[in-house]
Design a protein around this ligand. Structure first.
Ligand SMILES: [Zn+2]
Length: 130
């Protein structure tokens, strides 16, 4: 009997979210979730949980666009200097920090999505191509 077939207590979505936001394995909270930027480790180094089972797909990109676009960019448009200053000033002053923010947010959101998928037990089908 392997670890996946043993009865487990129902995991909390909040636990999965918190562990994913910290780039940690949703199952144990100790092992690293990524081996490189956005590249999920196939197996947790701490508990051996198969991290490659969770089909995050485009969800992290969508939620990152939602967070950065709706919570940061939309309110920024209410500041008059955005419309009055030269585009040669506005574009670098806004795009460089937004790009950095997006690149910092994306792995955290991907971790949160994977943590949520772990909590609600959504996994790739065994016979699905990866
Ligand atoms: Zn683990």
């Amino acid at each position: 009997m392997d670890a996946m077939s043993e009865p487990q207590p129902s995991p909390s979505v909040l636990t999965g979210l918190k562990r994913g936001l910290r780039h940690r394995c949703p199952n144990c909270g100790d092992g690293r979730l990524y081996r490189r930027y956005l590249k999920v480790s196939p197996v947790c180094e701490a508990c051996g949980h198969e991290l490659g089972l969770y089909p995050a797909d485009d969800g992290p990109a969508y939620f990152t666009i939602f967070i950065v676009g709706h919570i940061i960019i939309a309110p920024m448009l209410f500041f008059p200097w955005i419309w009055e200053a030269s585009p040669w000033l506005v574009v670098p002053v806004t795009l460089i920090p937004l790009t950095a923010l997006t690149l910092l947010t994306l792995p955290r959101v991907k971790g949160a999505v994977i943590g949520t998928l772990w909590a609600i037990k959504i996994r790739k089908a065994e016979d699905a191509p990866s």
